[in-house]
Design a protein around this ligand. Structure first.
Ligand code: CTP
Length: 481
């Protein structure tokens, strides 16, 4: 099938390439993701150009034609990239590749366009548009990639086992594209992944996680994790998530399947927020459940402290997945650790003191925590869901009232540890900690206001109980005693 896409190749770079290859007698094609996204009417960022001839030399000439562009040459890969403002255009000579079993590094030889299309991952990524003058914009589609795009199918051009063992990262790419576009992976291709799954072990975690994060950012990320589970990849990458699958029954009493529950929570959070790390918190929120699962004949299945165990499991999971170990991970840990609090709050009478404590611990992440907790209500019992959501409304109202009144969110006790040490001539010691904590509790419990004078008086009387007398007064930084 030949379709002409000339009108979509309006960028000046296509015309420049066309002029050059006319002169050199080479052939050049736009290929891969750019063509796929064009047909899907989606925005694409990068352009890949394959040249039946000398890719690097063509890139050098294109670079000269665009003032202010930047050229990077990767000699060992035989590729070059020209950056024209925000646009990255990659040039590569058409090649034929053969792989050894133990490595991702192929043996590369010059080849035809057909060789080049054969070595690509999916039919929808093997579409090429000619840049030669006489055929400018003609679509070259030897594997019916357009039909697969129209039918929403992910399929490899060659035997799937060859395509996947050549580059096992492609198994994750198949799942990522299926998730992102809502496509189906063709049965034979899916089978190929099942057979090749163990080869994922030769791929670096950074690259796997890159794919996983792209999946995470799609509209319905659950689709990706369910597919990873179905083809046997989940156990290699996130065994902790796989361990959540299944339902145990004792005497007819069953708990819910925590994997499918997590999938629901993840999609629900994704429908409210574009924050990747909030989505990770959703994925991880019950990760401590398998380790804390017990059966109590009186109350049934319990998962006591699964939130704290989950919070503790996260650093080793993030480290293994090569995810950041900085404040992004701390944010995920915090949400996982706190995710039971609003639910417990909403089940009891919502006291000011409990709300102040929650605000103090969640700080600026309180909104995200509430989003996660509301998504966490996935019971089949609609009446129960409505009751919880009503109670959450009360919790949210209370949070707003207390925050406006007491400004607890980024609260720091008005009398600091240094001030206490100076006041009572103390060295750093447990006594300082005891006094500081007592002050924090007094403010959070509403015994005193979040105010310097009240805090100072409170500390003096609390210290007196411990037999301490102030040797100096303290200042609040504004010269106030
Ligand atoms: N490709 C491949 N196998 C890979 C990676 C890439 O065959 N493991 C080919 C595909 O033809 C792909 C092209 O190289 O279309 C460009 O790859 P890349 O830029 O990584 O992906 P895109 O398909 O452009 O998609 P996206 O930009 O959404 O990642």
């Amino acid at each position: 099938m030949v379709r002409n896409m000339k009108e979509h190749l309006g960028h000046k770079v296509f015309g420049v390439v066309s002029d050059i290859v006319e002169e050199t007698g080479e052939q050049a094609f736009v290929i891969g993701g750019f063509v796929r996204d064009l047909l899907l009417e989606k925005k694409s960022k990068d352009i890949d150009i394959v040249v039946v001839g000398k890719g690097i030399e063509l890139a050098e000439r294109v670079h000269k034609a665009f003032r202010g562009s930047h050229l990077s040459v990767f000699k060992s890969f035989g590729t070059a990239m020209v950056k024209i403002r925000d646009l990255e255009v990659e040039f590569v000579g058409a090649r034929r590749e053969s792989y050894r079993r133990d490595s991702r590094k192929p043996i590369v030889e010059d080849g035809t366009l057909e060789d080049d299309q054969n070595r690509r991952d999916f039919t929808i990524n093997a579409l090429a548009l000619s840049l030669r003058k006489e055929t400018f914009g003609d679509l070259v589609d030897p594997f019916n990639g357009v039909e697969d795009l129209e039918n929403g199918i992910i399929r490899t051009p060659l035997d799937p086992e060859i395509t996947f063992s050549d580059d096992p990262l492609r198994m994750m790419r198949a799942i990522r594209f299926a998730t992102r576009f809502g496509f189906k992976i063709e049965d034979k291709t899916l089978d190929g992944i099942v057979k090749t799954a163990s080869r994922i072990e030769i791929i670096s975690m950074e690259r796997i996680c890159d794919e996983m994060n792209k999946m995470m950012m799609s509209e319905r990320p659950s689709m990706g994790f369910k597919l990873m589970d179905r083809v046997g990849l989940l156990g290699y990458i996130l065994p902790e998530l796989k361990a959540m699958k299944g339902v145990s029954k004792v005497g007819g009493r069953a708990h819910k399947d925590n994997f499918y529950h997590t999938m629901e929570v993840l999609d629900c959070v994704a429908s409210y927020s574009d924050n990747l790390w909030l989505r990770w918190a959703a994925l991880m929120h019950d990760i401590g459940k398998p380790r804390t699962k017990r059966f109590d004949p009186k109350i049934g299945w319990t998962f006591h402290n699964h939130n704290f165990i989950g919070e503790k499991m996260i650093p080793s999971i993030f480290k293994r997945l090569k995810l950041p170990l900085d404040n992004k991970m701390k944010y995920v840990q915090k949400l996982v650790g706190l995710h039971m609090r609003p639910i417990v709050l909403s089940e009891e009478e919502v006291t000011d003191s409990a709300v102040r404590r929650l605000l103090f611990e969640a700080g600026d992440d309180i909104e995200d925590l509430m989003t996660l907790c509301e998504a966490d209500i996935t019971s089949k019992n609609e009446e129960k869901v409505q009751r919880f959501l009503r109670n959450f409304k009360i919790v949210r109202r209370k949070l707003k009232e207390i925050e406006e009144k007491d400004h607890i969110r980024n609260f720091q006790p008005p009398v600091t540890g240094e001030m206490i040490m100076e006041m009572f001539d103390l060295q750093p010691s447990p006594t300082v900690g005891i006094l500081k904590n007592a002050l924090k509790d007094a403010i959070l419990d509403g015994v005193i206001h979040n105010d310097f004078d009240e805090a100072r008086c409170f500390i003096v009387s609390k210290a007196a109980e411990l037999g301490l007398k102030p040797i100096s007064k303290i200042e609040d930084g504004n010269g106030k005693w």
